[in-house]
Design a protein around this ligand. Sequence first.
Ligand code: SF4
Length: 331
Amino acid sequence: MEFTVRSYRFNPEVDKQPYYKDYILNGFPSMTVLNALMKIKSETDGSLTFRRSCRSAICGSCAMKINGISKLACKTQVNSEITKFGIIKVEPLGNLPVVRDLVVEQESFFGKINEIKPYLLGIRENSPDEKFHVLKDGEKITQPVFHKSEFKALTGNNDTPNCILCECCFSECGTEVVNKKYLGPAALAKLYRYIEDPRDNDRDGSRLVNASKPNGIWDCVHCQACEQFCPKSISPVKSIVKLHEKAIKNSITFSKGAKHIIGIANSINKTGRLNEVKVAIDTVGLLGLMNDLPVVFRASLKGKIPSLKLKLIKDMDDIRLAFKELDREEE
Ligand code: SF4
């Protein structure tokens, strides 16, 4: 089977601009994109640069854009790409600076992982570990361990602990495109994993307070690209939504994101309708709204500003019942 691999090329030491280079290959349809790149490197062009290691979708090293989508090259078959696109176009991951060819700089990604403190903040006194002992060098020692129900709290909603830090979600994250300080989906999913860890000793809830500041959980726009493109079927966005719920339950509501959600819930609970003016005031305050006066003025000229006093909808009792049910479920 003959096919073309079109690779992004850029060596900052010699190239003024990035460019694309085509390689015609003879290979098997079942070969992976990583196999194809390795064939090019060993037989045609030793200067083509990319990361790879396990070749088993475990290490995450070979993540790159393949025909525009962030994927693991070792998990992507040539055949399926050729059938869909007629070519294999490989490019470096998005949202990260290119070091050379398909290799990206990873410092910003791992810096953000470190920012959420991906380790236990001490061991809680009533942690389940006190009940489990193992022998090490003939000596009985206590080991941290999860109870089944507690482990479920970590893995019940998603498979966050399975994250291989491949950066595909980071590469596809729309918020990351416009805000380079945003912690990103993988770091926030990992944060959720530590907040749910029954052994963690974060007594003052500092993890959730820090994550509620700008560039944290409330900057996610729920586009769900992270979930769509994760090669390990993890849903970072679900973890982020859980963090939103936890923050509100724990009255960590100083951020605009939390105020916005509470404003929407209050508006619906009171009138059955979304009072956008009231929600905006609840979110940024009257003073904050002053900054947007030109927009407010233009919107009012076009009749887009709803009245502050909205009529109750007909089935208001049903809405209130639904809110009561939700409160009951949460208790
Ligand atoms: Fe990769 Fe998925 Fe982890 Fe994101 S969440 S780094 S896509 S394994």
